[in-house]
Each structure stands twice: as C-alpha cells, then as structure tokens.
Design a protein around this ligand. Structure first.
Ligand code: BG6
Length: 478
C-alpha cells in the first residue's frame, strides 16, 4: 500500500461557510457574515452593516448547526478518518472582547466533537477561518492592533482547555499567507478601509496589512506555546494557500519573477511558522517596499518558541506568470496570472493541475522535512439534482482521482504525507463568490444562492466513489 495505514482521509469545511445559525445561541456577527452573495461575474459587496436589501449567504449557509448529527453520520458512512472544521470565534466570544465565554457556543462544539468520536473521526480544527468578530474590526481595527493578540490567545485558552480530550490537531489560522493580498484585508486581517465596496477590490494600505499579518504570526506562535503547556500531545500545523507558480517562458527573467513571488507568497509565512524567524528574503522585501514591521525582541523570541509540528496547505490550482506581455491571455482567475496553454480550467477559471500537486508536495517536503497534510483540495462545479434525487458528477471524480494519483506518486517519491481532507465535503458557500452553486461536496445540499430550498442532503456519485477510495486506503480509484 502506498499511503500509511492510518492515513487521515477526510474532508474539510469552515464554520462561516457551513454552519449558518448566524445569531443563534448567543453567536455574534463576524467578518464573513457581512459579505453579500456575488457571482463569477459580479463581485461580493462588503460593508460593516447588514443592509437588508442584499442577501448574506453566511446567515444560513448549509445549516450544519441544525444538521450536524445527520452530516457527521454521512461522513462516517463515507469511512472518514478525519474531519477538518473550524470553530467560530463569535460563538465562543460574540464580541471578541467579552469577559466570559458563551457556554452555549462551547456546548455546540463539544457535541460536535462527541459525535465525531462516536465514529472515530479525528477532528482537525482551524481556530480562525475568516471568522473574526465584527466588533474587533470596528473597535480595534482588526489585527493591526496588538491587543487583538491577547484576545485571540484568550479564546485559544478556553477552547484548548475545554476540548483537550477531543482534539489533537490544531491549525491556528486558515491560509495565513493570503493576507499578503489586499483581497484578504477584511476576512483575515479584520481591516476595513473607508471607500471599500467590493470584496475583490478593497482599499489597501500595505504597511497596515503586513503589520496585521505580523501580529497574526505572533498570535499563532503564542497559541502554539500555550497549547503545548495545556496538552503536550497537541499537534500544531501551518495552513498555507499554496498557489503553485510557473514561468510562462524559459526567459531567465520569468524564472526569477516566479522564484521571487514563490518565496514571498508561498514560503514566507511557513518559513516563519516552521523555522521560527523571518527569512532573509522577507527582511529585504520589507526594506525595499519601505514597510516597517513592528516586531520587538520579545516577539522574535516568541516566534522561535512557537513553531508548528506539521505543514498543511490548500491546493486547488497553479498560476502562470511572465515578465513579457501575453495579450489576450489574462486569466479570469481571482489569483491573477496569465493563461497556461497546457491546462484546462474550471468554470470559474481556476486552472486544473494535478501534476502541480506532486511538484508542490516535493517542494515543501524538501524545504521543511515535517509531516504534510493536504487540508483543502477540490473542484467547484455546477451540479444538477435529478428528479430521482441523484447527482451525477463524473467531473468531480475525475478531478479528485487525478490529484490522488499524483499524491501517490509523491509518496512514492518519499514525501511524508499523512492526510488529505477534500474541501467542502458537504456543499457550502463559496468564499470568492458567495455562491452556493459553486459546489465542492460529495453530498448535495438542496439550497440555492439565495437560501431557497429544503436543505435536505443527497448523496452524489462521488460520495460512493470516495467511500471506496477510503476503504481501500487509496488503492481503488476507479
Ligand atoms: C480556500 C478557503 O481559499 O478556498 C476556503 O480556505 C474556500 O474557505 C476555498 O472556500 C475555495 O474557494 P471558493 O472561493 O471556491 O470558496
């Protein structure tokens, strides 16, 4: 067998895209709650108030809050060994700076963990996945304020203590490196600058944004240090959005461009989180960009002491870059780049590149030599619920199969891969567009982009396929 015998096959979701019940049992508003629905053609709108003339998809999402028992039973039926989920910070601390945690919120996740335990499904918990309390944005300007580090650590302390018997794997932040882009100002940085209207086109002050990222890295290291004291058996992982980059031509300048962008965008955060300090190229990058990072000696020491144990990343696509002009080849991809003539794309213009996954696995394992998990991978597609309530999704099976084949090759190459959690294992709301119709799941949720539907769950063809894949530990991919 190629994969190790306790390989963590599973799937992943995030509270803000999946739970709904946005004000139930004491939950407060978070940054994702106030982003409207959009589409591939029309961007999502942002403001700090919820103007009722728009639809806000996180309000009900997939309604996991009321379906968790049924949903976890479906995951168990697929033989899941692991389930990556996030805790909504605002269920625990509705405003982020409350004196005491919200017991009803704590109880909800305890029930979820008990349910997972019943089926021997290992939780992998993201502590912050685009779920900062909105009050922190308004009152503290999000992560730009160092006081927020303590608010986050206080939240961590509560959940570490409460769930220490249930949870071993923790990911302090989702796709931490995305704050290198203005796109993540609100959802990750908690930064909202006046004049921002659209999610894809946010006002930006790089110095503020990168200092917010620096504070997040410090908070992550503090959480790791604290977690290890509470339970030495906790395992902490990075979570990097790895956008694998290729040069469009063999011109040396194209290669240098890709190398530079790869270091900053893909490697910098994980270098800090696994090696315990900012790498030389990052220090030069900040100097050249005239960005002053507020990082004192005590914080540098914290970064050293709070390094992670394993590397996780999301992998959906690669992008292609060039210093030369390739007119008419601009990709419609949210991450930028130009078209790669060798790759097909999804309906949302995300290039499909399974071989890039093998390449990425080799690269990151060579760089860090720690166990690796792929904590997001998948394809967003338009599915059709047939009259007989089936969904035929050969395109999803093909995408996942091709990626698993490359994972296998990477393991044969020597990479220590310990888990794979396919994104959106049950349909949920898309981050980039707010749509429900951009579906990733093995399970269909009967709801449209505007919250109409029964919210009943239906198994897709990929459900039966993935069940077989897990049962055979990745040997039977047909
Ligand atoms: C990752 C996020 O960036 O990509 C997820 O961690 C997100 O939250 C996923 O849903 C897929 O992106 P999208 O835009 O298709 O939802």
């Amino acid at each position: 067998m190629t994969f190790c015998k306790d390989f963590l096959w599973g799937g992943a979701t995030a509270a803000n895209q999946f739970e709904g019940a946005y004000l139930e049992d004491g939950k407060g508003l978070n940054v994702s709650d106030v982003i409207t629905v959009g589409s591939h053609q029309s961007p999502r709108r942002i403001s700090l108030e919820m103007d009722e003339k728009y639809f806000f998809p996180s309000k009900k999402a997939s309604d996991f809050y009321h379906h968790y028992k049924e949903d976890i039973a479906l995951l168990a039926e697929m033989n899941f060994k692991s389930y990556r989920m996030s805790i909504a910070w605002t269920r625990i601390y509705p405003n982020g700076d409350d004196e005491f945690p919200n017991e009803k919120g704590l109880l909800f996740y305890e029930n979820v963990f008990k349910e997972l335990k019943k089926y021997n499904i290992e939780p992998i918990v993201t502590i912050s996945h685009n779920e900062m309390p909105l009050n922190i944005v308004k009152k503290y300007n999000g992560w730009t304020n160092k006081k927020v580090i303590d608010l986050y650590v206080k939240y961590c302390e509560v959940i570490f203590n409460r769930y220490k018997e249930y949870v071993k794997y923790w990911l302090p932040f989702n796709e931490i490196n995305n704050l290198l882009l203005p796109l993540s100002n609100l959802i990750q940085g908690g930064i909202y600058l006046k004049g921002t209207v659209y999610f894809n086109d946010q006002k930006d002050e790089p110095e503020l944004r990168l200092n917010a990222l620096n504070n997040i890295l410090i908070a992550s290291a503090k959480a790791v240090k604290l977690g290890r004291k509470i339970n030495p058996n906790f395992h902490f992982g990075t979570m990097i959005c790895h956008i694998t980059r290729y040069p469009r031509t063999c011109h040396p300048d194209d290669n240098l461009l890709v190398q530079k962008n790869d270091l900053i965008h893909n490697c910098m955060c994980s270098d800090v989180m696994l090696k315990g300090e900012y790498p030389f190229y990052a220090i030069k990058y900040f100097e050249k960009s005239k960005i002053h990072l507020h990082l004192n000696d005590e914080e540098k020491q914290i970064l050293k002491e709070g390094t992670c144990d394993f590397y996780t990343f999301s992998y959906y696509q690669s992008i292609t870059e060039s210093t030369l002009k390739f007119e008419d080849e601009t990709s419609g991809n949210i991450m930028g780049g130009i078209k790669n003539p060798y790759l097909k794309e999804t309906d949302w213009n995300w290039p499909i590149d399974p071989v890039g996954l093998r390449y990425t696995l080799l690269k990151v394992y060579d760089r860090y030599r720690v166990p690796i998990m792929i904590t997001e991978n998948g394809i967003g597609c338009i599915d059709k619920l047939e009259k007989d309530k089936t969904v035929h999704d050969p395109y999803r099976i093909e995408y996942l199969r091709d990626h698993i084949i490359e994972m296998k090759k990477a393991v044969e190459d020597g990479v220590d891969l310990i888990g794979y959690t396919a994104w959106g294992c049950i349909d949920l709301v898309s981050v980039s567009t707010g749509e429900m119709k951009k579906r990733y799941g093995f399970v269909y949720v009967d709801a449209d982009d505007y919250g109409n539907g029964t919210y009943n769950r239906y198994k897709k063809d990929s459900f039966y396929w993935y069940k077989k894949v897990i049962a055979s530990n990745g040997e039977d991919l047909d």
